[in-house]
Design a protein. Structure first.
Length: 103
C-alpha cells in the first residue's frame, strides 16, 4: 500500500466535482493533511502545534478523486486547474467557486 497525502479543497471544479477530499503522491507522501484555502493558498496541518500553516508552495501537483486534476501554483497561490478528463484543458482558479460547505 502506498503513502499519500490528503488535500481538502472545498471548490467546485471546472467539471462540476465538489470533492472535498482528494489524494496526492506528489507532496510529502507522509500521510499529511493539507487544505487549499478560499484564496488559493496551500496550507499544511502542523501536527506538533496544531492548526494549518501556509506552505508558500510554488509549482504543480496532481489531485486524484473521482477524476484527476493538475493544480498550478504561482508565487504561493493557485493559478490554474487542469482537468485530465477534458483534454487537459486549463481553467483559472476562481475564488468565487470556493464552497464554505460541501455540496
Amino acid at each position: 500500500m502506498g503513502m499519500f497525502d490528503t488535500v481538502t479543497f472545498r471548490y467546485r471544479m471546472p467539471d462540476g466535482e465538489t470533492g472535498p477530499d482528494y489524494q496526492t503522491i506528489e507532496l510529502d507522501c507522509e500521510c499529511a493533511g493539507y487544505q487549499i484555502s478560499a484564496d488559493g493558498r496551500l496550507l499544511k496541518w502542523q501536527t506538533d502545534v496544531g492548526g494549518f500553516a501556509d506552505t508558500g508552495f510554488d509549482g504543480s501537483f496532481t489531485l486524484t478523486g473521482r477524476a484527476g486534476y493538475r493544480l498550478y501554483f504561482e508565487r504561493g497561490t493557485l493559478a490554474w486547474i487542469e482537468v485530465y478528463s477534458q483534454d487537459e484543458r486549463r481553467w483559472p482558479f476562481e475564488p468565487a467557486r470556493y464552497m464554505t460547505e460541501q455540496g
